[in-house]
Design a protein around this ligand. Structure first.
Ligand code: ADP
Ligand code: MG
Ligand code: MG
Length: 507
């Protein structure tokens, strides 16, 4: 058996010349391969033509990650896809949870209203596509190392396009650069697993596109990306587009939510018809609408944006995701699953082995409502000493929304008690720190880092088939993401400026 890289041998220490050399190689490789983002506003001010791209923040080395944990996370993904597809088909279950959080959360209640209005009129598309990402950290306890789930994303799960590039970067460095380092003698062969996140997520979109079938109106069909204006993480999305182009003949278009009404109409059977602004004489029928926007209140600045979301939901396009699939990703759902009896999980997952595998990834999460469990959690959350092992989360996505440790009682104090139930209280997972060096904005940050593994899933299902009756027509694990942050930072989002891209070296 080959020796594994250990904490003492990996990553190897670098002298200044080696650092400078490695940084130069990474800078060039990253731009040449689109491991890049658009510059932040401060730099963009000097770029009126919008031509600049900068390196995405990355680690100089892949981070050591326990092989068994990595394999567990990959192996449980298909069960997780099925679980969330089934939750989204259980309207009653979601309705109860939406009502529990709605008092303090207009955004969730607005989303629910979109669903109710469309339901009243009748859905014309039964298929939903999910491009999911289940995020984990490694937890160490008496049973050894295990993955514990941080959250499950059901909308706009990002970085799949950049993640396979990061794996490719580290593979390139392992082949060409690491062996030349002074300390390379200490380096055993590196176990760098393949990462097909870009092509696998594109394959999910392609599956939705194929399932939609040809246009009854004899228009060409297309895939629509619903995006945020001035998206900095554009190349992540472009990688998916380019991979899609090699898998299907589907034309791909991009629109923001507020601009959707100006460039689309509905056909007689509520087909979502797209008229490209650069040639309005053309009409395309949107087979799949992939949302990389719409996950937070900031994406709905005007009633027009809400009306656009309603249009997508009531149209015949296959939404990725539907409103119900988006709501299934509420942290409240994760909390209820984590606190649930076996009977609840059995409602969504028929195989006992799947339930056991999923349950092994749960950590303690509590409600902050008026139930007995909620009242007990309130005791912790309002106690300056006991709250230090916890994070409090609202029903939000995209990073930067959570309240950590000692800040929890103060935040709760600012909120009316009637709104506390819109939050959940989660035990902090404390993964062992590993050493690495982060290259961000051309500068190196060295020290202890903490890694968060995401596993992507692609799933297509039929909402009209009752839970347990089948109706999951496509279900695949779709590659991974490793995000790494300094061990002093609480948030880990790359786009939010806290984390960076990484890949695993299995140990
Ligand atoms: P979001 O949907 O905004 O990404 P997350 O639940 O993923 O929200 O939380 C954001 C970040 O906060 C995570 O990427 C992670 O770094 C940190 N975090 C969240 N929950 C935990 C936890 N239970 N233990 C440790 N860190 C956590
Ligand atoms: Mg999230
Ligand atoms: Mg997250």
């Amino acid at each position: 058996m080959a020796a594994s890289p250990t904490k003492s041998t990996f990553p190897p220490s670098l002298d200044v010349l080696e650092q400078e050399h490695l940084v130069q190689v990474i800078k060039d490789w990253s731009i040449a391969h689109g491991l890049a983002v658009r510059p932040p506003t401060a730099v963009a001010a000097n770029d009126p033509e919008g031509i600049l791209a900068i390196n995405a923040p990355v680690t100089l080395f892949p981070s050591p990650f326990p092989k068994a944990c990595f394999e567990d996370a990959k192996a449980v993904q298909k069960a997780y896809n099925e679980l969330y597809a089934n939750i989204s088909r259980d309207e009653k279950f979601l309705e109860e949870l939406v009502h529990e959080v709605a008092a303090g959360d207009d955004f969730i209640s607005n989303l629910w209203d979109v669903h109710l209005k469309v339901k009243e009129e009748g859905y014309v598309q039964n298929l939903t596509l999910g491009l999911f990402r289940s995020d984990y950290m490694v937890h160490h306890d008496d049973d050894g190392l295990q993955i514990k789930q941080v959250e499950f994303n059901t909308i706009a799960s990002s970085f799949g396009g950049l993640s396979s590039q990061t794996s490719a970067l580290h593979k390139h460095l392992a082949a060409t650069e690491y062996p030349l380092l002074h300390n390379s003698a200490a380096l055993p062969p590196l176990d760098l697993p393949p990462n097909l996140s870009t092509t696998s997520l594109a394959a999910g979109l392609a599956a939705g596109y194929t399932a939609y079938g040809p246009s009854a109106l004899h228009h060409p069909t297309c895939i629509l990306f619903l995006v945020q204006p001035s998206e900095r993480n554009i190349f992540d999305q472009r990688h998916l587009e380019y991979a899609l182009h090699s898998q299907t003949s589907a034309p791909i278009f991009r629109l923001t939510l507020p601009s959707l009404p100006s460039h689309t109409t509905l056909g007689p059977a509520r087909q979502l018809l797209y008229h490209p602004p650069h040639n309005p004489a053309l009409t395309y029928e949107c087979a799949v609408t992939y949302l990389r926007a719409g996950y937070g209140p900031a994406d709905y600045p005007t009633p027009l944006a809400w009306s656009a979301r309603r249009t997508v939901e009531r149209s015949a396009t296959i939404a990725c995701p539907s409103v119900l699939a988006q709501l299934s990703g509420m942290k409240k759902v994760q909390q209820v699953l984590a606190s649930s009896a076996e009977t609840l999980l059995a409602r969504f997952l028929s195989k006992a082995a799947d339930r056991a595998a999923v349950r092994r990834t749960f950590t303690n999460i509590y409600p902050l409502d008026g139930t007995a469990a909620g009242l007990a959690a309130r005791e912790i959350a309002t106690d300056a000493e006991r709250c230090v092992g916890y994070v409090m989360k609202p029903q939000r996505e995209g990073g930067g929304n959570n309240v950590y440790r000692g800040a929890i009682p103060g935040r709760l104090g600012e909120l009316p008690e009637g709104h506390w139930g819109s939050y959940i209280l989660m035990e902090l997972i404390t993964p062992p720190a590993v050493g690495n060096v982060i290259l961000r904005n051309g500068r190196l940050e060295e020290g202890g880092v903490i890694c968060e593994l995401g596993v992507y899933g692609a799933c297509l299902w039929d909402r009209s088939v009752g839970v347990g009756g089948g109706g999951v027509v496509y279900n695949e694990e779709a590659g991974y993401l490793l995000r790494t942050k300094g061990d002093q930072s609480e948030e880990g989002g790359v786009a939010a400026g806290f984390g960076c891209m990484d890949s695993v070296v299995l140990v």
